[in-house]
Design a protein around this ligand. Structure first.
Ligand code: UN1
Length: 525
């Protein structure tokens, strides 16, 4: 099998199935909403293959309708977490010794089940983190892509086993990558299925066992992932799921001596803490930690393409992506024209109920994010020129956390908003005179995840590619100036403080990070 991106929307559209796409999603959304409105479901933890209830629970509320309870999840204690870790440790030997082909077949079945349940999974994502239908389906597609791609990597590398030449004639040598043991997988709210499944699949398919902690802002997709893995035939106890707060369940998990590695996607602050404690304990860590991604619009850019690319990248999903464009450098010769186009485009983006077909941008994830948006746009207004946004969007529909795209110009280069990852739809814009200067300013960040340029001048594009300090870079990408990396194609690697290893997800270098090398020499008797 050769890997192919799932691309549900593009595929269905090309086959004339646009109407089916929408009706399938809407049916799944109606079913889910009817179930949720019938009263909150209680979601247990999963420990040792059995549902497990902690002593306390927490309520997970939908960001697009604060009156809608998605479900009650377990507020796991340290004791609950250590039971999950024990279960993962107990199953490690058997799972790691299983033929790798058998492990891969479980994942291939899981990908098939996800394909079948695609729209139900997408509706659950919309409900839980507020993604619009296209973005929610893309999240499911990305989860499938991760699983398919990592399955194919196992096959391509023969399960990471090879036979080197032997120095002595009597020696038979084989080289293999072997799993570490039990991994903690700490999941983000923004790609609650794709990134969670990608990290967990990376650890599991290579023979490790896993304890997953979903984000408490969007735990439902991780529970659905568990059910899929269970149905696909994953043996009991190989994957355990414990919900709860970062401070209690999360800390108990990542600080446990019984955990051999941590896969984490989230904030720099938490990632740094994990990296420090891992350095002391010798635990492996694979962390992806956000960014402050710059995009450059040159004087020789196709301004229509740049307008679309920047608006999509900065504002879709309210800028709540590590890959979102948050700093924009526009050449002074096109500054006025381009800014008028961008402001016009962004002000036409519809903000509201993410289940609605016509919505471009759904809600922010939490009240805290809304407070940040209001506080920071106020700051932008005080210290620069706030050209768009700054007020909560008024919608006639449900009580959600809706914010308009905001654009702020002319902030000082060192301003807080120019430096800090915001994770709300605020784009900071500056003008520049020389490309050299724009790149220096773009690189003056502790982060280095994604970046983009719009220019029809090849010399400029080459200069940008050779000097920009980011792991995922794009030139003239209208579908997303800095967002929308595709598994198996654009590997997703964070440079500088954006990543702990400099190697990307969805690439050949991802799986080896979950393993260590063993050379085996046998002298036949
Ligand atoms: C993230 O926001 O953590 O390139 C990752 C993209 C997505 C991944 C974003 N494939 O926008």
């Amino acid at each position: 099998m050769t890997f192919r991106s799932e691309l549900t929307w593009e595929g269905m559209k090309a086959s004339g199935l646009e109407a089916d796409y929408h009706s399938s999603y809407e049916k799944a959304a109606d079913d889910l909403l009817a179930m949720v409105r019938g009263g909150p479901m209680i979601y247990p933890n999963h420990i040792d293959g059995a549902p497990s209830l902690a002593q306390r629970t927490f309520e997970d509320v939908s960001p697009s309708d604060r009156d809608l309870v998605v479900g009650r999840f377990q507020r796991s204690s340290a004791e609950e977490v250590s039971r999950a870790i024990r279960s993962s440790r107990n199953t490690f030997l058997e799972w790691s010794r299983m033929d790798w082909g058998d492990r891969v077949r479980i994942f291939e079945r899981a990908a098939e089940l996800m394909r079948r349940d695609k729209f139900a999974l997408a509706a659950a994502i919309t409900l839980d983190n507020g993604k619009t239908r296209h973005e929610a389906v893309a999240d499911v597609d990305e989860a499938i892509d991760f699983i398919d791609y990592y399955s194919e990597e196992m096959r391509r590398t023969d399960g990471f086993e090879r036979t080197p030449g032997a120095a002595y004639p009597e020696e038979e040598v084989s080289l293999r990558l072997r799993p570490y043991g039990t991994w903690a997988v700490i999941c983000p709210f923004n790609f609650p299925l794709a990134i969670s499944a990608g990290m967990a699949a990376g650890a599991l398919i290579t023979g490790n066992t896993v304890v997953m902690k979903p984000s408490s802002d969007a735990p439902l997709p991780v529970h659905l992932f568990y059910e899929i893995m269970d149905r696909a035939g994953l043996p009991s106890g190989v994957l355990n799921v414990v919900a709860g707060s970062g401070g209690e369940a999360g800390d108990a998990l990542v600080n446990s001596d019984a955990v051999d590695g941590i896969a984490f996607t989230g904030s720099l602050e938490v990632g740094r803490r994990l990296m420090r404690s891992s350095a002391e304990s010798g635990r492996r860590i694979i962390a992806e930690m956000g960014s402050k991604n710059p995009v450059i619009v040159s004087g020789e850019a196709d301004l229509e393409a740049a307008t679309d690319g920047v608006a999509a990248s900065a504002f879709l999903f309210s800028g709540q992506k590590c890959s979102a464009c948050s700093r924009l450098y526009v050449h002074e010769s096109v500054y006025g024209t381009f800014m008028a186009m961008l402001i016009e485009r962004a002000s036409r983006m519809t903000v509201g109920d993410p289940f609605d077909r016509g919505t471009d941008i759904g809600p922010l994830i939490t009240e805290q994010a809304m407070d940040n948006y209001l506080r920071w746009t106020e700051m932008a207004h005080r210290d620069g020129k706030l050209s768009l946004g700054g007020e909560p969007a008024r919608t006639s529909g449900p009580r959600g956390l809706f914010a308009h795209p905001a654009i702020v110009e002319s902030l000082p280069e060192e301003h807080y908003l120019m430096r800090r990852e915001l994770f709300v739809p605020i784009l900071c814009v500056q003008s520049y005179r020389t490309l050299q200067d724009a790149v220096v300013r773009a690189n003056a960040s502790e982060y280095g995840l994604t970046a983009g340029i719009f220019s029809s001048n090849e010399t400029e594009v080459r200069y940008f590619l050779e000097t920009i300090e980011s792991g995922v870079v794009y030139a003239n990408r209208r579908r997303g100036a800095s967002t929308g990396a595709m598994v198996g194609s654009q590997s997703f690697a964070g440079w500088k403080s954006s990543g702990s290893t400099g190697m990307g997800t969805g690439s050949r270098h991802y799986l080896p990070q979950f393993m260590r090398e063993q050379s085996r020499t046998i002298i036949r008797q």
